[in-house]
Ligand binder design. Structure first.
Ligand code: ADP
Ligand code: MG
Length: 333
């Protein structure tokens, strides 16, 4: 009898100790999940650490797919954006929020961030069969394009023939949606990258590379150390082609309809907001270092500019957190 009691006691103690060990193990080695997929015309990678990491990655997958297909896609003719572009109408609460935020950036960048250049981008066809369009074609497309053609009244919108395009802000919006989800779950930290836009989430210091403008997508020329943030890079290397000895890329000057040609090769912007980091990286690319630096500062964002001579210009708040790892690059004086 005594022996049986002792055996039961030992069994209980073993189960108890095993439980404690499990709790300690998951505290020190919380569960990590990664997920990769293709949406918004780009590669998306989520990795999350924490009790809910598997569910979080699964939900982010669904949220981003739906943001793309149901709201922002231009390919899917049933998305909210496609319907607005073809016939205007009433914006959903979400769409209204994005459009008004982008309108603000359009105004504060003096029109450099123009999210209604879809017809001009389509002519260049960077995503499919990139080519140099005729000058007359560009002129004509440009005349029918631009935010100044939009009529917006409360939640009513009409594009008057212009085509709205979230190419420069949609990836950042995806980060904002992912961040909102993560903050409602038990997640210690996470890194969500949507093309050139990355969400760094959690209470720690992250170190990320800024891509080598001349190299492949895995190579970088400097690293930045930062607490949680959204970080977006717009680069002329991202979608480009060569014709007649010249290189053409996908970031357009809204005044000319041609690729921006100001010596910059990439601009990186850090912000709490994904939409801001994405949209401002494009806007700052268009307006150049000096005006771009002022614009980033106006929004409380940090920015890093790289030009074709490998000069790096960084805002004050980030410069000391940057480490140039490719010695052919250096800080401009
Ligand atoms: P990526 O898509 O490579 O991350 P960006 O965020 O800089 O790069 O966005 C570039 C995309 O934005 C283009 O492919 C085009 O769809 C659109 N675009 C091009 N020029 C402008 C502009 N001046 N303002 C706003 N959107 C633009
Ligand atoms: Mg952008």
């Amino acid at each position: 009898m005594l022996k049986k009691k002792k055996t039961i006691g030992i069994a209980f103690a073993a189960v108890f100790l095993f439980g404690i060990a499990l709790i300690l193990y998951s505290a020190f080695f919380p569960k990590e999940t990664t997920d990769e997929f293709f949406a918004m015309n780009t590669y998306i990678k989520s990795s999350a650490v924490g009790k809910d990491s598997a569910v979080a990655c699964e939900k982010i997958h669904t949220i981003v797919n739906s943001l793309d297909a149901d709201v922002l896609s231009r390919q899917n003719k049933n998305s909210e954006l496609a319907i607005i572009n073809s016939s205007g109408g009433k914006m959903s609460e979400k769409m209204r929020k994005y459009v008004y935020e982008m309108l603000e950036i359009y105004n504060s960048s003096n029109g450099a961030f123009d999210f209604a250049l879809g017809a001009v981008s389509d002519l260049w066809d960077f995503g499919n069969a990139p080519h140099l369009p005729d000058e007359a074609e560009i002129k004509q497309a440009l005349e029918g394009s631009g935010v100044n053609r939009l009529s917006i009244n409360g939640d009513e919108i009409s594009t008057n023939g212009a085509i709205i395009d979230f190419g420069a802000s949609g990836k950042g919006i995806a980060l904002d949606e992912a961040k909102e989800l993560l903050s409602s779950m038990k997640i210690k930290n996470a890194v969500i990258s949507v093309g050139g836009s990355i969400l760094l989430y959690g209470d720690k210091t992250f170190t990320v590379g800024i891509r080598n403008p001349e190299g492949s997508s895995g190579s970088y020329v400097m690293t930045v150390s930062t607490p949680a943030a959204c970080i977006s890079t717009s680069g002329s290397y991202e979608q480009s082609f060569e014709e007649g000895g010249r290189v053409y890329h996908h970031i357009l000057n809204p005044k000319t309809g041609y690729p921006v040609d100001n010596g910059l090769v990439s601009v990186t912007v850090l912000s709490d907001s994904g939409l801001l980091s994405d949209a401002l990286s494009t806007a700052c690319f268009v307006i150049g270092v000096e005006d771009g630096m002022r614009l980033a500062e106006k929004y409380g964002c940090e920015a890093v500019f790289i030009d074709s001579n490998k000069n790096v210009t960084a805002s004050k708040g980030i410069k000391n957190s940057l480490k140039i790892t490719d010695s052919s690059y250096s800080f401009a004086e």
